[in-house]
Write a protein that binds this ligand. Structure first.
Ligand code: UT7
Length: 322
């Protein structure tokens, strides 16, 4: 049996950061509203960086940190809902930039659960022996998908990318993954891709921007995250008290705080960075993992649970031994 572990992490964000107060010069909002409802204080916004350029820069750093060459990579998955192109995939563009000539490359669309979905696919591919080394990236420039006149969404999101290198190992790093989806909730979080039109059919007008029924998504998140953790630990030798770090998708600080309370766990075990990044969808978990890694907070053998949830609806979790 092949096992899989995370060999290196990295992240990349646009150079420009904008605070809530600065944002309120452009949008009818206040620092007080944003910070008290979400915990967000600032976010990075692209001033030219693209989903691809952020992904490439995170990928290059992850390769360097894990002493891996581009040609060692067998598989590249980029989780994103904000690619520059439907075709070619962002993953193929990354492949070219890093010289990963031996890789199979594709993008994955599972919104804010995209990184967890990608982790499941990549680690299963390595476990069954199809691949030895995979590059998994979550990259988003969500700012281009937002209606900057819709204050109920545009203040919530940020741009950024995070990457991990996964490789075959003798001991388990990725212990278990769990994922699910519910197309019944598709209308709660939407971003239309294109208009259906041709020479015979003019098509209907549509909103090309991200739309979210915030309250309903909030309730979904509060319900699904404990389920993700329970299903993940089910059948393993671990209980919730054994877990050293919880890295949840950073959608709202209140979701993280209320979960810690509900599960009677010290809040210190939950990593929070939403204050500085906002919600970066598929990038939020790998950015957070990289921060923990860089700070030296992840010791060898630490147990980490990551949980993603978002549009689709989709959700997923993974139990990782660092
Ligand atoms: O990443 C995918 C997963 N996403 C999530 O998990 C997000 C889940 N949802 C949430 O985090 C919260 O629902 C939000 C932060 C999005 C919204 O918080 P809320 O407490 O549910 O606010 P609301 O949408 O119900 O709006 C309350 C009020 C409204 O005013 P009235 O109608 O009560 O007078 C809004 O017009 O807040 C107003 N409002 C704002 N005011 C100032 C909405 N956006 C803003 C704003 N600034 N940016």
């Amino acid at each position: 049996m092949n096992y899989v572990s995370i060999k290196g992490t990295a992240s990349s964000v646009p150079r420009t950061k904008i605070s809530n107060n600065e944002l309120s010069n452009y949008v009818d909002t206040t620092d007080e509203w944003i910070a008290s409802r979400t915990g967000i204080k600032s976010r990075h916004l692209s001033t030219g960086e693209t989903t691809t350029s952020l992904a490439v820069s995170a990928a290059k750093e992850a390769l360097a940190r894990s002493n891996t060459r581009g040609e060692d990579i067998d598989l590249i998955i980029v989780a994103t809902i904000s690619p520059e192109y439907f075709m070619p995939s962002t993953a193929c563009l990354v492949q070219e930039e890093i010289g990963a000539i031996n890789a199979t490359s594709f993008d994955l669309s599972a919104a804010c659960s995209g990184f967890v979905y990608g982790l499941k696919l990549a680690s299963q591919g390595i476990r069954c022996g199809d691949y030895k080394t995979a590059l998994l990236i979550g990259s988003e420039v969500l700012s281009k998908t937002l209606d900057w006149e819709d204050r109920s969404t545009c203040v919530l999101f940020g741009d950024g990318a995070g990457a991990v290198i996964l490789s075959q190992d003798q001991k388990p790093g990725i212990i278990k993954t769990y994922t699910g989806s519910d197309g019944g909730g598709a209308g709660l979080l939407t971003l239309r891709a294109s208009k259906n039109k041709n020479i015979l059919y003019e098509g209907e007008e549509y909103n090309p921007y991200m739309e979210m029924k915030g309250r309903q998504v909030y309730s979904f998140a509060n319900k699904i995250v404990p389920i993700c953790i329970e299903k993940l630990l089910d059948g393993t030798e671990y209980t919730i008290n054994d877990i050293d770090h919880f890295v949840l998708h950073q959608a709202n600080e209140r979701i993280i705080d209320s979960l810690a309370r509900k599960m009677k766990l010290p809040i210190g075990r939950f990593h929070k960075n939403i204050a500085d990044y906002g919600n970066t969808s598929a990038a939020s978990i790998p950015i957070a993992l990289n921060q923990l890694d860089e700070k030296g907070s992840l010791n060898k053998g630490d147990l980490v649970i990551i949980v993603g949830f978002g549009g689709g609806l989709t959700w997923g979790s993974a139990l990782i031994k660092w």
